[in-house]
Design a binder for this molecule. Structure first.
Ligand code: ADP
Ligand code: ZN
Ligand code: ZN
Length: 723
């Protein structure tokens, strides 16, 4: 018997199927992991097929050394996902397969779960020919007790081991590595569903994709729990994805409380061992609900009856490191393979998915009101330029300071949100709000400190830095953003007696820091919590009556066609933090461009109005969903080598552009905005093409790049950021 094997290595040359002989005494099935000899090395591989005949000369084939585990770690369904992803994103097979296993099981990481050992067969009378030196050495070694199969094979190669096994002198056994179990439980209240919720649950019943558009607080979580309950009682299993950031203890204990040990949680707060245990519980069928961030879409569950993606618009569903993929595509594929519903939930759906709903490609379900009947808090927009004209050049407007005083006097709480995204910064006139934009692309230019230039991240065009505003001739030009630290120190100055807490990447790097800050905030009144995106979601604090958004414009002027969409999403999310309970809430939004349409729609909680405006702009400017953007990223330690490879590809892609007339709207090659990462030089080709023949064009580009390059090249479709 023979096996087709994918080798667990990154090299491009190894990215294909290899054939190996299955030793007669080895029972092997598809999805198992094995050790195989490769040249002089011993490598790990995945069995993707078992067959009677081989395609190559069987004399030349080598034998599999041993199994890594005695079961198929990769289930057959996962191999289909592998094929789907390889085709869609042009990824290496091994890099996809690795996504399906917890880090714990992969090479070089933590402990193996199952260890394979060789030991002497008791009572065997061993007679070896003089020439069999290696065999004798093995026997000697095993006299002192068992030895791991890997160690043995690395030292002596596989053939002496095989010979000894065939003679019945040594035997193999496996042992499970035990680990401590995983605990949390809390009881949870049940609510009577309202009509909107009941209607949604009834509708979500087919082999389709549903867009659940429900305002913040409309009770989507309750719907998810009921859908999952129904799925379990139908004898099927479920996956629910949430953004990592909203995997709060609150949500976890909610689900644990309702579903107990049927839930497995996969999130980054777990140790590798715990994560592995959760994976194993899913694998064995002991747990039937997988809840986690992006990677939980690869949970080893069969017979899925429901897949849910909460906050579907979140950019964290798109993997920006290798392998690059969009979780929503994979979820849709998996749902169709299982013939089950895929639910995309959001208060602010992505423009792309709302557009699909509008075109009836997916089904729209709406929840227009909050479950507790409360109104959304009013949003007051403060014009920061007006503030400046009146002599207040500080971070806080007089309005926000007055409202903060009020919060403190009434012993309530406030959240101050600063809008921080990415590394980049734009350039803005403090007098008139003018922001420098690319003349070709209509996205904001990014200020690059190192060469003191403004650059467009879409087309690479460069501009001189402005010393005067071209609009009002003012010299008050601001680069970049204020940070959380600056805000905290300002607040301490203003309110020396009040507890000011800070939550951002710096203060939450240690384990549980996140939780500590939140519980401290919960217990202190009055208090002010200052934070980035991290405070935008998932927290239900009854006494938060004021949310201040200090610099709403930050995300508006990112060099990104999704900048306005992201700004709308953020404001809606942050505003949803205020007045969740009996307390009246209020939102103060400070802006230098207070008349930008995004603020009008966001402050009225008018998603549809916003969508309409935005989709028209996308159509006019030919941005997704009316086109596709492809980024091809080249990187190497040797700068000349990257440039050479890029040039060769580019010439052919230019030919392609000529041959397909107007299909390719835009094509250019440039240094990446971040020129070097981990000592590798980065260059990129950016292209934008119409949808009509997008798939063919993409395939053709893949083919060109493959034929011209030796190293790894990465592709990204509609990238989230172009750094
Ligand atoms: P969303 O996820 O849509 O933002 P949640 O599911 O967090 O909203 O619900 C918001 C609040 O409303 C929660 O405190 C939840 O317990 C409550 N809630 C949900 N459904 C109902 C209901 N049918 N009746 C009363 N309260 C509800
Ligand atoms: Zn100006
Ligand atoms: Zn441009």
């Amino acid at each position: 018997m023979f096996a087709e094997i994918i080798i667990d290595q990154d090299a491009k040359a190894l990215d294909r199927v290899f054939e190996y002989i299955i030793p007669d005494d080895m029972s092997l099935s598809v999805g198992m992991r094995v050790y195989i000899p490769f040249g002089k090395r011993i490598l790990q591989g995945y069995v993707i097929k078992v067959k009677d005949d081989c395609d190559y000369d069987s004399e030349k084939l080598k034998s599999i050394i041993s199994k890594i585990e005695d079961f198929s770690a990769i289930k057959p369904q996962m191999l289909k996902i592998m094929e789907f992803m390889a085709e869609k994103y042009h990824l290496k097979l091994a890099s996809i397969l690795r996504l399906f296993l917890p880090a714990e099981m992969r090479e070089g990481k933590v402990k193996e779960l199952f260890k394979t050992y060789y030991s002497l067969v008791e009572g065997a009378s061993i007679v070896l020919p003089k020439s069999a030196k290696k065999q004798a050495e093995i026997i000697d070694m095993l006299q002192n007790g068992r030895v791991s199969a890997v160690e043995l094979a690395e030292k002596f190669g596989y053939s002496p081991i095989k010979a000894l096994r065939e003679k019945g002198y040594i035997k193999k056994d496996m042992e499970e590595v035990k680990r401590s179990p995983f605990v949390i439980v809390e009881d949870v209240k049940r609510v009577e569903l309202n009509d909107c919720q009941k209607n949604a649950i009834e509708k979500i019943n087919g082999n389709k994709t549903y867009l659940l558009h429900g305002v913040t607080g409309s009770g989507k979580t309750e719907i998810y729990m009921n859908l999952i309950e129904r799925t379990l009682s139908d004898g099927k299993n479920a996956i629910m994805l949430v953004p990592e950031i909203s995997l709060t203890p609150q949500i976890m204990s909610n689900f644990k409380g309702r579903f107990g040990s049927t839930v497995a949680l996969l999130h980054s707060g777990l140790s590798a061992g715990e994560r592995f245990d959760e994976w194993k519980r899913l694998f064995s069928g002991e747990a039937r609900i997988a809840i986690g961030a992006r990677s939980a879409i690869f949970a080893p569950l069969e017979n899925l009856g429901m897949i849910i993606i909460d906050e579907e618009h979140e950019s964290s569903y798109i993997s920006e490191s290798n392998p690059r993929y969009d979780t929503r595509d994979v979820a849709e594929f998996r749902a169709r393979e299982n013939g089950c519903p895929l639910v995309l939930g959001s208060a602010t759906p992505s423009i792309e998915n709302y557009n699909r709903a509008e075109n009836r490609e997916i089904e729209l379900i709406e929840l227009p009101v909050r479950a507790n009947g409360r109104e959304m808090p009013p949003v007051q927009i403060v014009d920061m330029m007006e503030e400046l004209r009146r002599g207040n050049g500080g971070i806080f407007s007089n309005q926000l300071i007055a409202d903060l005083c009020n919060v403190i006097n009434t012993k309530k709480q406030a959240m101050i949100f600063i809008n921080r995204r990415g590394f980049s910064s734009f350039m803005k006139c403090k007098e008139c709000g003018f922001v420098a934009k690319c003349t070709d692309c209509d996205v904001s230019l990014v200020y690059h400190k190192e060469d003191n230039r403004l650059k467009c991240h879409y087309c690479g065009k460069q501009y001189k830095v402005l010393s005067r505003c071209p609009n009002c001739h003012s010299e008050h030009i601001q680069y970049g953003a204020v940070g959380t630290q600056q805000i905290v120190s300002k607040l301490k100055e203003l309110f020396p007696e009040v507890k000011i807490l800070r939550m951002d990447n710096d203060t939450t790097s240690t384990k549980n820091a996140h939780q500590k800050i939140l519980s401290e905030f919960k217990e202190t009144k009055p208090a002010i919590l200052v934070g980035t995106q991290m405070i935008a979601k998932g927290h239900d604090f009854e006494d938060v009556v004021l949310v201040g958004i200090v610099d709403a414009d930050q995300s508006l002027y990112q060099s990104d066609y999704r900048a306005t969409e992201k700004t709308f999403q953020l404001i809606t999310q942050v505003a949803g933090r205020a007045g969740r309970s009996v307390n009246e809430g209020k939102v103060v939004l400070q802006s230098y461009s207070p008349y930008h349409y995004v603020y009008k729609f966001a402050s009225n909680y008018d998603y549809k109005g916003f969508y309409r405006k935005e989709i028209n702009i996308r159509q006019t400017a030919q941005f997704p969903p009316y086109s596709r953007i492809l980024r091809i990223l080249f990187s190497d330690f040797d700068e000349n080598c990257v440039r050479e490879q890029l040039k060769m590809c580019y010439t052919d892609i230019e030919e392609l552009k000529k041959s397909c007339k107007n299909e390719i709207i835009y094509l250019d090659a440039m240094k990446s905005p971040i020129k070097r990462i981990q000592d590798k030089y980065r260059y990129q080709v950016l292209m934008r093409f119409k949808l009509g023949h997008a798939d063919q064009i993409e395939k053709e580009v893949f083919r060109i790049v493959d034929s011209k390059t030796k190293n790894s090249v990465f592709f990204e479709v509609n990238p989230q950021n172009l750094s």
